[in-house]
Design a protein around this ligand. Structure first.
Ligand code: PLP
Length: 471
């Protein structure tokens, strides 16, 4: 592509994105298509000859946009609502232009060093201590996998050298999570060859927080039975309810039994940059590692997850493998990203986070998160004050768990599921659900930079309309 075309098309594309955000409120949040619809409209083979960008962009409108679920829509309240932002988009664009593979320091000194600096800024904003050094991965699932691999390395069982199979000398290694932990931890345990048997799920209290006494009992029982407990994963901001495990009570148990404490703060970690919410990380100064996802609630486009770890040496011991063709003269003096994970090449993700943090500033980011929490409290108060609805969990952050309970309705699970599907099918808002105490529970998560009080009031009205229509 010649530079004139690149310039012209680039400007057109930025205009296209600006218009997309301008009219995103009018698009259906959930893609209004049936499975297979898009595939049926696409050719089954790649074009033999190149096509014009104009034709490709026209297909973006015609084919791709109708098949999108619009995560950037201000009425996207499902899962954990997240959003990109203008500086984040620019960061992604530049990162694609540089196309650096930051596997070694010398293959991208900018990426390597900016990552260290930006993650130290974030660490300070979150109130974590300087002993926690950060590294970027794609997702929290991968960050936690690496943390558990480092934890396994800490038990000195030579798993790196000998593996885990065919070893009569190896006891059952155990990781502990609460029943409310994210499935990514179980997947990490499976991937690391520890097996689902290697994961013990500890019960939670009435507010969905890990029961620390039950944790201590489980560890002691496992030890008596010859298992080797080695890691506890506490969650700060669980997926179903955003409950916060009692890390100040969990940390001493880990210390007493020499267990690695990993904190999954994938969602809620960002909220700790708000001074009055910093308490959510109480006890995390005693953690060995902690994951937080700027791509969830720090207005950074997917993907960017940060693992903070107090023992980078163990992470490196678990993953570093330097073949001759990757040896460099400076390798003893610098950090090379590939030493700390399964990937060799790494994207230049720090760039977008740097741009987001500089553009908004700590106070700008905190103000937006604070506003999301206010909107969640507002929605929760509407639920609480209505005789037709009830809250099913506390609202410590920006997630509300609730359900309709109109008088005279018996099958509340069916009713709430129907309300949710009907709201989602309207295209005017998107909610998701979970199950709490065996009740189908609706979840409303606020995390989009464009969500205003008006959007929250609209979804409340919509929910009520649907409930009355069905009741
Ligand atoms: N941990 C928690 C608490 C989560 O809520 C999620 C996703 O919502 C994850 C981990 C997984 O995040 P990722 O998609 O970055 O792997």
């Amino acid at each position: 592509m010649n530079k004139e075309d690149f310039r012209r098309l680039g400007h057109d594309l930025i205009d296209w994105i600006a218009d997309y955000f301008d009219h995103i409120d009018d698009l259906p949040v959930l893609a209004a298509i049936e499975p297979g619809d898009l595939k049926a409209k696409l050719p089954t083979r790649a074009p033999a000859q190149g096509e014009s960008m104009e034709a490709i962009i026209a297909d973006l409108d015609r084919l791709i946009v109708p098949a999108l679920t619009h995560w950037s829509h201000p009425s996207f309240f499902a899962y954990f609502a997240t959003s990109t932002s203008a500086p984040g988009i620019f960061g992604e664009l530049l990162s694609a232009a540089f196309d650096n593979k930051a596997m070694l320091w010398r293959t991208s000194p900018a990426s390597t060093e900016l990552e260290e600096v930006v993650l130290d800024w974030l660490r300070q904003m979150m109130g974590l201590d300087p002993g926690m050094l950060g590294i970027i991965y794609d997702t929290a699932s991968v960050s936690s996998l690496h943390a558990i691999a480092a934890a396994r390395e800490s038990v000195e069982m030579r798993v790196r050298e000998e593996g885990m199979s065919g070893r009569p000398d190896l006891p059952l290694l155990r990781v502990y999570v609460s029943e409310q932990s994210h499935s990514s931890i179980e997947k990490a345990v499976i991937t690391l060859g520890l097996g689902q048997r290697g994961l013990r799920k500890v019960p939670t209290d009435a507010q969905f927080r890990m029961d620390a006494t039950a944790l201590a009992g489980a560890v002691e029982e496992d030890k008596r039975n010859g298992c080797l407990p080695f890691c506890v994963v506490a969650t700060v901001g669980t997926t179903s309810t955003s409950s916060i495990d009692p890390v100040p009570e969990i940390a001493p148990i880990c210390e007493q039994h020499s267990l690695w404490l990993h904190v999954d703060a994938a969602y809620a970690g960002s909220a700790s940059i708000v001074p009055e919410l910093r308490h959510i990380l109480a006890g995390c100064e005693r953690a060995d590692s902690l994951v937080t996802n700027p791509h969830k609630w720090l207005f950074t486009p997917f993907d960017l997850s940060v693992l903070y770890c107090r023992h980078m040496d163990l992470l490196k011991r678990a993953f570093s493998l330097v073949p001759e063709y990757l040896r460099t003269p400076e390798q003893e003096k610098v950090r090379s990203g590939s030493d700390y994970g399964i990937q060799l090449g790494r994207r230049f993700r720090a760039l977008k986070l740097w741009m987001v943090m500089r553009y908004f500033g700590h106070e700008g980011l905190a103000a937006r998160i604070r506003e999301h929490c206010r909107l969640a409290r507002l929605f929760a108060s509407l639920v609480d004050e209505s005789p037709d609805w009830e809250l099913l969990a506390p609202v410590p952050l920006a997630l509300v768990c609730f359900r309709a309970t109109p008088e005279g309705m018996t099958d509340l699970d069916a009713l709430n599921e129907a309300i949710m599907h009907s709201v989602n099918a309207s295209g005017r808002a998107l909610l998701s659900h979970t199950r709490l105490n065996d009740k189908l529970t609706l979840r409303l998560s606020i995390g989009n930079i464009r969500t205003t009080e008006q959007h929250v009031r609209q979804v409340w009205q919509l929910l009520n309309e649907e409930m009355r229509r069905m009741g």
